[in-house]
Design a protein around this ligand. Structure first.
Ligand SMILES: [Zn+2]
Length: 241
Protein backbone atom coordinates (compact mmCIF):
# COMPACT_ATOMS: atom_id res chain seq x y z
CA UNK A 1 0.00 0.00 0.00
CA UNK A 2 1.36 3.39 -1.02
CA UNK A 3 0.87 6.40 1.30
CA UNK A 4 -0.79 9.17 -0.72
CA UNK A 5 1.04 12.34 0.22
CA UNK A 6 -1.02 14.42 -2.24
CA UNK A 7 -4.19 13.78 -0.19
CA UNK A 8 -3.09 16.12 2.58
CA UNK A 9 -0.61 18.39 0.82
CA UNK A 10 -1.46 19.09 -2.80
CA UNK A 11 1.44 21.59 -2.97
CA UNK A 12 4.11 18.97 -2.21
CA UNK A 13 6.27 18.69 -5.34
CA UNK A 14 9.45 17.04 -4.03
CA UNK A 15 9.63 14.12 -1.61
CA UNK A 16 11.91 11.36 -0.31
CA UNK A 17 10.84 7.75 -0.07
CA UNK A 18 11.91 4.22 -0.98
CA UNK A 19 10.94 1.58 -3.49
CA UNK A 20 8.82 -1.29 -2.19
CA UNK A 21 8.29 -3.19 -5.42
CA UNK A 22 9.66 -3.27 -8.98
CA UNK A 23 7.32 -4.44 -11.74
CA UNK A 24 7.76 -4.79 -15.50
CA UNK A 25 6.11 -1.41 -16.16
CA UNK A 26 7.36 0.61 -13.20
CA UNK A 27 7.90 0.92 -9.46
CA UNK A 28 5.71 1.08 -6.36
CA UNK A 29 6.90 3.55 -3.72
CA UNK A 30 6.31 3.53 0.02
CA UNK A 31 4.83 7.04 -0.26
CA UNK A 32 4.17 9.33 -3.21
CA UNK A 33 3.18 12.87 -4.14
CA UNK A 34 2.47 11.70 -7.73
CA UNK A 35 -1.26 11.76 -8.47
CA UNK A 36 -2.46 8.60 -10.27
CA UNK A 37 -4.97 9.05 -13.09
CA UNK A 38 -8.55 8.93 -11.81
CA UNK A 39 -11.67 10.92 -11.01
CA UNK A 40 -11.40 12.90 -14.25
CA UNK A 41 -7.90 14.17 -13.36
CA UNK A 42 -4.89 13.03 -15.43
CA UNK A 43 -1.83 11.54 -13.76
CA UNK A 44 1.20 13.56 -12.80
CA UNK A 45 4.48 13.19 -14.63
CA UNK A 46 7.97 13.97 -13.35
CA UNK A 47 11.19 12.23 -12.32
CA UNK A 48 12.56 9.84 -9.73
CA UNK A 49 16.22 10.23 -8.75
CA UNK A 50 18.16 7.30 -7.32
CA UNK A 51 21.96 7.21 -6.86
CA UNK A 52 22.31 10.28 -9.04
CA UNK A 53 20.40 8.70 -11.94
CA UNK A 54 17.20 10.32 -13.24
CA UNK A 55 14.21 8.20 -14.26
CA UNK A 56 11.34 9.82 -16.15
CA UNK A 57 7.88 9.04 -14.75
CA UNK A 58 5.66 9.01 -17.85
CA UNK A 59 2.41 7.87 -16.25
CA UNK A 60 1.07 7.01 -12.80
CA UNK A 61 -1.78 4.57 -12.18
CA UNK A 62 -3.53 2.80 -9.32
CA UNK A 63 -3.24 -0.95 -9.02
CA UNK A 64 -5.27 -2.13 -6.04
CA UNK A 65 -3.88 -0.28 -3.00
CA UNK A 66 -0.60 0.38 -4.79
CA UNK A 67 0.38 3.21 -7.12
CA UNK A 68 2.57 2.29 -10.09
CA UNK A 69 5.03 4.89 -11.39
CA UNK A 70 5.62 3.99 -15.02
CA UNK A 71 9.28 4.16 -16.05
CA UNK A 72 11.08 3.23 -19.27
CA UNK A 73 13.58 1.00 -17.47
CA UNK A 74 12.39 0.03 -13.96
CA UNK A 75 14.53 -3.14 -13.82
CA UNK A 76 17.60 -1.15 -12.71
CA UNK A 77 15.78 -0.06 -9.53
CA UNK A 78 15.54 -2.52 -6.64
CA UNK A 79 13.18 -2.68 -3.67
CA UNK A 80 14.62 -0.85 -0.64
CA UNK A 81 16.42 1.77 -2.75
CA UNK A 82 15.98 5.35 -1.64
CA UNK A 83 14.52 7.74 -4.22
CA UNK A 84 13.74 11.44 -4.51
CA UNK A 85 10.54 12.18 -6.42
CA UNK A 86 9.93 15.48 -8.21
CA UNK A 87 6.61 16.12 -9.93
CA UNK A 88 6.16 18.31 -13.00
CA UNK A 89 4.71 21.23 -11.10
CA UNK A 90 3.34 23.34 -13.97
CA UNK A 91 1.24 20.43 -15.19
CA UNK A 92 0.03 19.46 -11.70
CA UNK A 93 -0.80 23.04 -10.70
CA UNK A 94 -2.85 23.44 -13.88
CA UNK A 95 -4.76 20.25 -12.95
CA UNK A 96 -5.39 21.67 -9.46
CA UNK A 97 -6.77 24.92 -10.85
CA UNK A 98 -9.01 23.09 -13.34
CA UNK A 99 -10.22 20.56 -10.76
CA UNK A 100 -11.31 23.30 -8.36
CA UNK A 101 -12.93 25.15 -11.28
CA UNK A 102 -15.00 22.05 -12.12
CA UNK A 103 -16.20 21.78 -8.50
CA UNK A 104 -17.17 25.45 -8.49
CA UNK A 105 -19.17 25.02 -11.72
CA UNK A 106 -20.79 21.89 -10.26
CA UNK A 107 -21.77 23.89 -7.16
CA UNK A 108 -23.25 26.85 -9.03
CA UNK A 109 -25.24 24.53 -11.29
CA UNK A 110 -26.56 22.56 -8.30
CA UNK A 111 -27.47 25.79 -6.52
CA UNK A 112 -30.25 26.12 -9.08
CA UNK A 113 -32.82 23.56 -7.84
CA UNK A 114 -34.16 22.98 -11.36
CA UNK A 115 -30.76 21.76 -12.47
CA UNK A 116 -29.80 19.73 -9.40
CA UNK A 117 -27.99 16.52 -10.26
CA UNK A 118 -27.63 17.52 -13.86
CA UNK A 119 -23.83 17.12 -14.06
CA UNK A 120 -22.95 13.64 -15.26
CA UNK A 121 -19.20 13.83 -15.66
CA UNK A 122 -16.13 15.93 -16.25
CA UNK A 123 -12.63 15.63 -17.64
CA UNK A 124 -9.69 17.80 -16.73
CA UNK A 125 -6.67 18.57 -18.95
CA UNK A 126 -3.75 20.89 -18.29
CA UNK A 127 -5.13 23.54 -20.67
CA UNK A 128 -8.92 23.03 -20.69
CA UNK A 129 -11.72 21.03 -19.12
CA UNK A 130 -15.17 19.82 -20.01
CA UNK A 131 -18.27 19.32 -17.92
CA UNK A 132 -21.17 17.16 -19.15
CA UNK A 133 -24.78 17.90 -18.27
CA UNK A 134 -27.89 15.74 -18.30
CA UNK A 135 -29.90 18.49 -19.97
CA UNK A 136 -32.19 18.45 -22.98
CA UNK A 137 -31.53 22.03 -23.90
CA UNK A 138 -28.34 23.91 -23.17
CA UNK A 139 -27.60 27.30 -24.65
CA UNK A 140 -24.53 29.47 -24.89
CA UNK A 141 -26.30 31.93 -22.56
CA UNK A 142 -26.81 29.23 -19.92
CA UNK A 143 -23.13 28.29 -20.19
CA UNK A 144 -22.10 31.93 -19.80
CA UNK A 145 -24.44 32.23 -16.78
CA UNK A 146 -22.69 29.27 -15.11
CA UNK A 147 -19.28 30.77 -15.87
CA UNK A 148 -20.31 34.19 -14.52
CA UNK A 149 -21.60 32.66 -11.28
CA UNK A 150 -18.46 30.52 -10.97
CA UNK A 151 -16.24 33.56 -11.56
CA UNK A 152 -17.94 35.31 -8.63
CA UNK A 153 -16.76 32.43 -6.43
CA UNK A 154 -13.25 32.88 -7.85
CA UNK A 155 -13.37 36.61 -7.10
CA UNK A 156 -14.53 35.91 -3.51
CA UNK A 157 -11.24 33.99 -3.01
CA UNK A 158 -12.66 31.57 -0.42
CA UNK A 159 -10.55 28.81 1.22
CA UNK A 160 -10.54 25.26 -0.17
CA UNK A 161 -9.75 22.66 2.49
CA UNK A 162 -9.55 18.88 2.84
CA UNK A 163 -11.12 17.03 5.76
CA UNK A 164 -12.14 13.49 6.58
CA UNK A 165 -15.47 12.10 7.73
CA UNK A 166 -16.37 8.69 9.12
CA UNK A 167 -18.82 6.79 6.94
CA UNK A 168 -21.54 7.31 9.56
CA UNK A 169 -21.07 11.09 9.47
CA UNK A 170 -20.76 11.12 5.68
CA UNK A 171 -24.20 9.52 5.34
CA UNK A 172 -25.68 12.67 6.93
CA UNK A 173 -24.80 14.56 3.74
CA UNK A 174 -26.90 13.08 0.90
CA UNK A 175 -25.16 15.22 -1.73
CA UNK A 176 -21.58 14.26 -0.85
CA UNK A 177 -21.25 12.23 -4.03
CA UNK A 178 -22.87 13.62 -7.15
CA UNK A 179 -22.81 10.55 -9.36
CA UNK A 180 -24.16 6.99 -8.91
CA UNK A 181 -20.69 5.33 -9.00
CA UNK A 182 -19.53 7.92 -6.46
CA UNK A 183 -22.38 7.05 -4.10
CA UNK A 184 -21.57 3.33 -4.40
CA UNK A 185 -17.91 4.03 -3.66
CA UNK A 186 -18.85 5.90 -0.46
CA UNK A 187 -20.54 2.79 0.92
CA UNK A 188 -17.27 0.85 0.71
CA UNK A 189 -15.07 3.39 2.53
CA UNK A 190 -14.79 3.90 6.27
CA UNK A 191 -12.90 7.19 6.04
CA UNK A 192 -14.14 9.62 3.46
CA UNK A 193 -12.07 12.49 2.10
CA UNK A 194 -14.00 15.70 1.63
CA UNK A 195 -13.01 18.74 -0.42
CA UNK A 196 -14.70 21.77 1.11
CA UNK A 197 -14.93 25.01 -0.85
CA UNK A 198 -16.04 27.15 2.06
CA UNK A 199 -19.73 27.99 1.81
CA UNK A 200 -19.85 26.86 -1.82
CA UNK A 201 -19.30 23.12 -2.22
CA UNK A 202 -18.78 20.11 0.02
CA UNK A 203 -18.16 16.78 -1.69
CA UNK A 204 -16.24 13.54 -1.43
CA UNK A 205 -13.23 13.66 -3.72
CA UNK A 206 -9.77 12.16 -4.22
CA UNK A 207 -8.34 14.94 -6.37
CA UNK A 208 -5.83 17.72 -5.80
CA UNK A 209 -7.13 21.26 -5.41
CA UNK A 210 -5.82 24.78 -4.96
CA UNK A 211 -5.92 26.34 -1.46
CA UNK A 212 -8.13 29.30 -2.37
CA UNK A 213 -10.60 29.83 -5.21
CA UNK A 214 -8.72 32.97 -6.30
CA UNK A 215 -5.92 30.74 -7.60
CA UNK A 216 -8.28 29.24 -10.21
CA UNK A 217 -8.23 32.36 -12.39
CA UNK A 218 -10.93 33.48 -14.79
CA UNK A 219 -13.21 30.76 -16.24
CA UNK A 220 -13.71 31.39 -19.99
CA UNK A 221 -16.32 29.46 -22.01
CA UNK A 222 -14.82 28.02 -25.21
CA UNK A 223 -17.87 26.27 -26.61
CA UNK A 224 -20.89 24.13 -25.91
CA UNK A 225 -21.54 20.83 -27.69
CA UNK A 226 -24.49 18.50 -28.00
CA UNK A 227 -23.46 14.88 -27.47
CA UNK A 228 -27.01 13.53 -27.62
CA UNK A 229 -30.57 14.33 -26.52
CA UNK A 230 -29.82 14.54 -22.78
CA UNK A 231 -26.10 15.01 -22.99
CA UNK A 232 -24.68 18.50 -23.35
CA UNK A 233 -21.10 19.57 -22.87
CA UNK A 234 -19.41 22.77 -21.70
CA UNK A 235 -15.73 23.25 -22.64
CA UNK A 236 -13.78 26.00 -20.88
CA UNK A 237 -10.26 27.21 -20.22
CA UNK A 238 -8.71 29.34 -17.49
CA UNK A 239 -6.96 32.67 -17.78
CA UNK A 240 -4.97 34.51 -15.18
CA UNK A 241 -7.07 37.12 -13.40
ZN1 LIG B 1 -13.40 16.30 -8.03
Amino acid sequence: MTARLYYDDSYLRKFETSIIETRAEGVVLEATAFYPVGGGQPSDTGILISNGEEYVVSDVAKSGDSIIHHLADPATLAPGEHVTGIIDWDRRYAHMRYHTAVHIIDAVVNRNSNLEGSITGSQIYHDRSRVDFNLESFTRDMAQGFADAANEVVEADVPVTVRYLSQEDAMKYPKLARTAPGRDLLKSLDRIRIVDIQGVDFQSDGGTHVARTGEVGRIVVDRIESKGRNNKRLVFHLEDR
